[in-house]
Design a protein around this ligand. Structure first.
Ligand SMILES: [Zn+2]
Length: 291
């Protein structure tokens, strides 16, 4: 069995201008849920977002960060998923008012979805707006790629509490009209992917099972890890944004103020001395050290 966990497996079809990738997240996905109690419908959307963002990030041709952000007035107040071109992933969701199971459409009612591609300090980030439509995040992303990015794509995502994943198929530029039937056929096959198929990992065996009639060239797997980008400096920035008065008030209760990262759950404490230093005129900057 050639299967890989917490990995992306890129591939191309030998006789069709179609490339793709399979992703499976297990440890990274379970780590992302640590410290959070998500309703099943939120968990599913978060897992789909994790798999989709990983699939988009693996296609980056430069060093950068993909951020998918859903926010709205519906039950899903906020969902953020980030993946670097090194496939370091983090994400969280917030749906404080959700009490019952909700369908995807109910969850994301009036939500906006943006995908930001940040290529680093040298370039301005690019942002695409994804219209949240249809029955799933995958549908919305397929629409986005077809309309805005002009890259016909099939996306199918699966999620369970123990593992999540998905498949991305994209037409390569040398599109020929003879492809239509095959393209439809590949989309139907990709949509047969079930959570059980990826529970143990992804790889050449699964591709052989999904696309038994096609020659598929499989590239080496790339590992995906959970990694948070929070730092002491970012925690200090949170307190600076909160303001001196509010921070001092929070500090007065326990002689310290705690800033907990919503992504990884790490708490950084600042005592009264730290806080007065933070707001003093001669600010000594903390190091921007990523743990
Ligand atoms: Zn963190």
């Amino acid at each position: 069995m050639q299967t890989h966990s917490d990995a992306v497996v890129p591939f191309v079809f030998e006789s069709l201008p179609v490339r793709g990738a399979l992703i499976q997240l297990q440890k990274s996905w379970q780590r992302m849920q640590l410290g959070h109690t998500y309703q099943m419908s939120v968990l599913e959307t978060l897992g789909h977002a994790a798999a989709a963002t990983g699939l988009i990030a693996q296609s980056l041709k430069f060093d950068g960060i993909i951020t998918m952000q859903l926010s709205g007035d519906g039950p899903l107040a906020m969902l953020v998923m980030q993946c670097t071109s090194e496939l370091e992933l983090r994400g969280m969701a917030s749906a404080p008012d959700l009490t019952d199971h909700a369908s995807f459409a109910e969850l994301v009612a009036q939500a906006r979805c943006a995908i930001t591609v940040d290529a680093g300090a040298m370039e301005r980030p690019y942002q695409g707006i994804v219209e949240v439509t249809g029955a799933s995040l995958a549908d919305s992303l397929e629409n986005y790629y077809a309309k805005s990015a002009q890259i016909p794509s099939h996306i199918h995502l699966v999620c369970e509490p123990s593992s999540c994943g998905g498949i991305l198929l994209q037409q390569m530029p040398e599109k020929d009209s003879a492809l239509e039937d095959d393209w439809r056929r590949l989309g139907m096959l990709a949509a047969t992917l079930r959570p059980d198929d990826i529970a143990a990992g992804v790889g050449i065996d699964l591709l052989g099972k999904l696309f038994a009639a096609d020659d598929v060239r499989v590239f080496g797997p790339r590992p995906v890890t959970f990694k948070c980008r929070c730092s002491k400096k970012r925690a200090e920035d949170v307190l600076r944004m909160l303001g001196e008065k509010e921070t001092n008030a929070a500090c007065a209760e326990k002689d310290r103020v705690d800033v907990t990262c919503e992504y990884c759950g790490r708490t950084r404490s600042f005592d009264t001395v730290d806080v007065s230093r933070l707001f003093s005129e001669h600010v000594v900057e903390g190091t921007d050290r990523v743990h």
